[in-house]
Design a protein around this ligand. Structure first.
Ligand SMILES: NC(=O)c1ccc[n+]([C@@H]2O[C@H](COP(=O)([O-])OP(=O)(O)OC[C@H]3O[C@@H](n4cnc5c(N)ncnc54)[C@H](OP(=O)(O)O)[C@@H]3O)[C@@H](O)[C@H]2O)c1
Length: 241
């Protein structure tokens, strides 16, 4: 299979990439740090730049891919942000600010949709296309019992709504395409690093363990029968919307 992993250089995306390469798939991985020309390392691994918050960058990705392949079987989008050197997740309303809300919304939700829009031809030309976005349990409106983390919560809820809306649209026009929204579980990456201290012992997963669990769920659900995306955790348990 030909698999595109957005964010394949770091964190969960890098572990997914390594696992899928070992499984003999052709993995095309992206990072904002790669060059804009697609580089073929070997028969199983190509890399090319992509910033999903930049339409020119997405258009370039589409152009580079289209020159080299007729289709993509699986798109796995791992792109996400939670904090950076300018802000941390908000604990209260008084901390929300436009910059953080915009950044989270663009990366965690809007970019995922813009990417699918631009890569539509490559995706729909596969016989059994699967579009997976790494979401988060924290994007569940029903499951929100703690509050806080406004920008991240709202952006993941928006991602879920965006993919559900698209799944309904494409169920009529492109009935072979399936969608998954997966919660990876708390995983040891740069994204979770500032919040690992108070975790109960044994709750922090390695990226390798998370990649194994997510790939198991992807394989199991790649041809699910629902018209809607499945919103599942790393153990395959459905998460309420
Ligand atoms: N770790 C956890 O505990 C946890 C829990 C729940 C959900 N998640 C979700 O899992 C996904 C992966 O996170 P992670 O933990 O692996 O974090 P990470 O190590 O910080 O990786 C974030 C990834 O997102 C990519 N990215 C960020 N902004 C991007 C942009 N504008 N365009 C394209 N790619 C972009 C980065 O790629 P480059 O910087 O190389 O471009 C990187 O590969 C995220 O969606 C996150 O919300 C993680």
């Amino acid at each position: 299979m030909i698999i595109l992993v957005i964010g394949g250089e770091r964190g969960i995306g890098a572990a997914l990439t390594a696992h899928l390469i070992k499984d003999q798939h052709l993995v095309i991985k992206t990072s904002r740090s790669y060059t804009s020309h697609l580089t073929k390392h070997n028969a199983n691994c190509w890399e090319v730049q992509c910033d999903i918050t930049n339409e020119d960058s997405i258009a370039n990705l589409n152009e580079q891919l289209s020159k080299n392949t007729s289709h993509i079987d699986w798109l796995i989008n791992c792109a996400g942000i939670l904090h950076n050197d300018k802000y941390m997740p908000e604990k209260a309303l008084k901390q929300i600010n436009l910059n953080q809300l915009n950044d989270n919304y663009l990366t965690n939700a809007v970019g995922h949709l813009l990417l699918i829009k631009t890569l539509k031809k490559l995706i729909t030309q596969s016989d059994h296309p699967l579009v997976t976005s790494i979401s988060a349990r924290i994007g569940s409106i029903d499951d929100n019992h703690l509050g806080g983390w406004y920008a991240y919560r709202m952006s993941k809820a928006a991602l879920n709504m965006g993919l559900k809306t698209l799944a309904i649209e494409w169920y009529r026009k492109h009935p072979n395409v399936r969608f998954l929204l997966l919660h990876p579980g708390t995983t040891d990456t740069d994204l979770s690093a500032p919040f690992q201290r108070n975790l109960p012992s044994g709750q922090l997963q390695t990226v390798e363990s998370t990649a194994n669990l997510l790939i198991k769920q992807i394989k199991k659900n790649q041809r699910h029968k629902s018209k809607y995306p499945l919103f599942l955790d790393y153990q395959g348990q459905p998460i309420p919307w």
